[in-house]
Design a protein around this ligand. Structure first.
Ligand code: HEM
Length: 138
């Protein structure tokens, strides 16, 4: 694959990283009014994973040859995806149910759980950044 193609895939991968972690941070800062930012994370998540797998295959070949940092990135990336899916298909639905029941304590509880899941997801993103940097310079 040409230098330009690999560079383009890396650019997509880095944009996906910036979008995913940035929208999570935006949601945590703005709060419930910014639920649509989580929907964007859901759209970006497969782009991040697929571009990561593409980069790893092109640079190192099959998984057996991947350095530890890429394995760690993949593991934490899959965990990040699962936490996001739980947040969206569990947390957001709980908030909506509580809203349609018009139950303020339940709304507050569900929103708090959703914020916690988003915070865990963001922390996983920061951990991945650590793996990426250590893999390059460590
Ligand atoms: C399927 C999972 C993933 C795989 C296989 C993967 C693979 C890779 C590869 C091969 C690189 C290039 C490393 C280099 O050139 O030294 C890279 C870079 C990077 N990845 Fe991933 N990645 C995955 C998921 C993620 C996720 C979920 C994030 C964050 C949301 C992420 C963030 C980054 C960052 C910040 C870099 C830049 C490192 C650099 O170029 O120095 N990756 N990834």
């Amino acid at each position: 694959m040409s230098f330009y193609t690999v560079s383009a895939v890396l650019a997509v991968h880095l944009l996906a990283f910036a979008g995913w972690t940035g929208f999570l941070a935006g949601y945590l800062l703005i709060g419930a009014a910014a639920l649509r930012l989580l929907r964007w994370c859901l759209v970006i998540m497969p782009v991040s994973l697929v571009s990561g797998w593409g980069l790893a295959w092109v640079q190192y070949g099959g998984p057996a040859a991947w350095p530890w940092a890429i394995n760690a990135m993949q593991t934490a990336g899959l965990a990040m995806a699962i936490v996001l899916l739980i947040a969206w298909f569990g947390g957001v639905l709980l908030v909506r149910d509580a809203e349609s029941a018009g139950d303020p304590p339940a709304i507050a509880g569900a929103a708090r759980r959703l914020r916690r899941l988003a915070a865990v997801d963001l922390l996983l993103g920061v951990l991945i950044l650590g793996f990426a940097v250590l893999g390059r310079f460590g």
